[in-house]
Design a protein around this ligand. Structure first.
Ligand code: NI
Length: 294
């Protein structure tokens, strides 16, 4: 038996959500207010929708969220999947609050500099560029015009931007109907101003730059089993230039950069999730409402 509303994408709560609005030709891409209550995750996960439901969704919303993470070491006490777990959690929360569909997470990112530590799985920049390019082009082919990538890893930023540039060119070269209006935005949840403010308030300069207590706190909130791995650690070396995986491990033997993840608490993680989702929903609202001239 299905636990879903009969047709959540076409006539259910999504119709009152961020994307409910006038057709593309009559005004902004998306208008309206948020759903009165956050939706169930099932309603906004692309993986759990059927293609006719997605086709109906596209009649009133051209936006989609893509979570982008990384699978890499996060110090001796942090989960390898930290960047993917956090990006997906923030993306699903933004989706629940906005009614915008969320694709499966891209859990492998550009983590070449972390390969000196066991468990790290990295895509080379050119590979990640190709993956993101193909994801965008697939979505654009169906009529999605606003691709909102919620990213959990700083190492993905440069490559993601390059991928967007390439995707715009390919969409035009392939003559896709959405090419002129296609836009991609990279939203790094961990650099949203309210998130950075909260991290400073809770941890000061012990937030550091990698395996930070803020991201570890979010994983503790999402995966309580990670509590068992937490323990006090010696002061970590501050961040500096890195010239490859061996250099990283030499400068940062346990994988941390200036951070003290032992300060992380599960309840902090709940606050980071709420703070990030609040900030990104507002950013997404603006992104979906942009007209072509903006
Ligand atoms: Ni991270």
């Amino acid at each position: 038996m299905s636990t879903l509303p009969p047709d959540p994408l076409a006539s259910g709560p999504l119709a009152n959500g961020l994307c409910a609005g006038e057709p593309r030709s009559n005004g902004p891409l998306a208008r309206g207010s948020f759903p009165p209550q956050p939706l169930a995750s099932e309603a906004i996960r692309l993986q759990l929708r059927t293609w006719p439901e997605v086709e109906s969704y596209l009649e009133h919303c051209k936006g989609v969220i893509v979570p982008l993470g990384s699978t890499e070491q996060h110090g001796p006490t942090g989960a390898i999947g930290t960047d993917a777990l956090t990006a997906e959690a923030v993306a699903l929360e933004v989706g629940r609050r906005s009614g915008v569909l969320v694709t499966p997470a891209q859990a492998f990112g550009m983590a070449e500099h972390h390969l000196g530590f066991a468990g790290t799985v990295s895509l080379q920049p050119a590979t990640l560029l190709a993956v993101l390019h193909d994801v965008v082009l697939s979505l654009a082919r169906h009529g999605f015009e606003r691709i909102y990538v919620i990213n959990g890893h700083g190492g993905n930023i440069a490559t993601s931007r390059a991928a967007f540039t390439q995707a715009y060119g390919s969409a035009a070269a392939r003559g896709l109907p959405v090419a002129a209006g296609l836009r991609c935005r990279l939203a790094n949840w961990f650099t949203a101003a309210p998130v950075m403010h909260l991290a400073r308030e809770l941890y000061g300069d012990r937030e550091g730059q990698h395996a930070t207590p803020s991201e570890i706190a979010l994983t503790l909130h999402l995966e309580p089993s990670m509590e068992a791995a937490q323990r006090p650690l010696p002061q970590a070396a501050a961040a500096g230039p890195i010239h490859g995986p061996e250099d990283f491990r030499r400068r940062h033997p346990d994988g941390r950069m200036g951070s003290d993840p032992y300060l992380a608490r599960s309840e902090h993680g709940a606050r980071f999730l709420d703070t990030a989702a609040t900030a990104l929903v507002e950013d997404l609202r603006g992104f979906l409402s942009e007209s072509l001239g903006q």
